[in-house]
Unconditional design. Structure first.
Length: 276
């Protein structure tokens, strides 16, 4: 019969969101450039940037709403779910490479300081006091490790049909993620060195700040899944949205362990500790 579906793939209808999202990203980038170069660009860059951000957020909300609707319609067959998992794995792999860049910069500065004249062959630079790795950074490490446990609890509860356990595990994870962000913000406000001014501070803030942004994104990701859990969206056999959020959160946890060991502990070894 002509037009009959004889495969497990989902053929998407035409969608405006790829074009709308790419145009919004372009507006956001142009606005950011204008905002950061006010002397060489026309005024209003900040507003253009915010318009672009609003467009990107609207695209994300609308596009992912369509994906959820497809799941409810039964379009996410086992083959489609497998490919969604492949896509998430590739996305996380691309995020890993972002962090490889920050780690590369940090180790290049620290292992070859003689190449950088302003730091006089020392890393951290002379006069910089580092944070005590075994105070707030260690506390945040324990918080993230606990959050990895609670999101695993939620996943285990979902697989076994325990919806209350799913909700409680997600609530705990969201609260721990928000607590981590608050502590990191406090740490930044009381940091003994400013952003920029030395290779150590630049590498420190870029690596930890980029991770902090990922924690915020992951927390929002989990909040969306918590709302969906209350709406009864997930089943033990079909819950890719939750799985993607859990994978992302575990990725954030693992990256922080490397950041804590490399930047806080090893990177500040032998340097004067602030308040010590």
């Amino acid at each position: 019969m002509a037009g009959a579906k004889n495969h497990d793939y989902h053929i998407l209808p035409p969608s405006i969101w790829p074009l709308f999202g790419s145009m919004s990203a372009l507006v956001m980038a142009m606005g950011a450039i204008m905002w950061m170069h006010p002397d060489a660009m026309p005024a209003g860059g900040g507003w253009i940037f915010l318009i672009g951000v609003a467009g990107v957020l609207f695209t994300m909300f609308s596009w992912w709403s369509n994906v959820i609707a497809e799941a409810h319609a039964g379009d996410h067959t086992p083959v489609v779910q497998l490919h969604l998992r492949y896509g998430m794995i590739l996305f996380i792999a691309s995020e890993v490479m972002f962090f490889v860049g920050w780690f590369w910069a940090f180790f290049d500065f620290s292992l070859f300081p003689s190449e950088l004249a302003p730091i006089e062959g020392m890393f951290p630079s002379k006069g910089i006091e580092v944070m005590n790795a075994f105070e707030l950074p260690l506390l945040n490490t324990l918080i993230l490790l606990c959050s990895g446990t609670t999101v695993t609890w939620a996943h285990h509860a979902l697989i076994h049909g325990d919806r209350e356990g799913l909700k409680k595990g997600l609530w705990c994870t969201v609260i721990l993620g928000a607590l981590f962000s608050c502590i990191q913000a406090y740490e930044y406000m009381h940091a003994p060195f400013p952003f920029g001014g030395s290779p150590y501070s630049s590498a420190f803030y870029m690596a930890t700040g980029f991770h902090g942004f990922h924690v915020l994104v992951g927390t929002i990701f989990l909040v969306v899944n918590l709302v969906r859990a209350y709406k009864g969206d997930f089943t033990p056999r079909q819950h890719f949205g939750f799985e993607a959020a859990a994978w992302y959160w575990h990725f954030v946890d693992v990256v922080w362990l490397f950041l804590f060991a490399a930047i806080y502990v090893w990177g500040g070894w032998g340097a004067p500790i602030h308040g010590g």
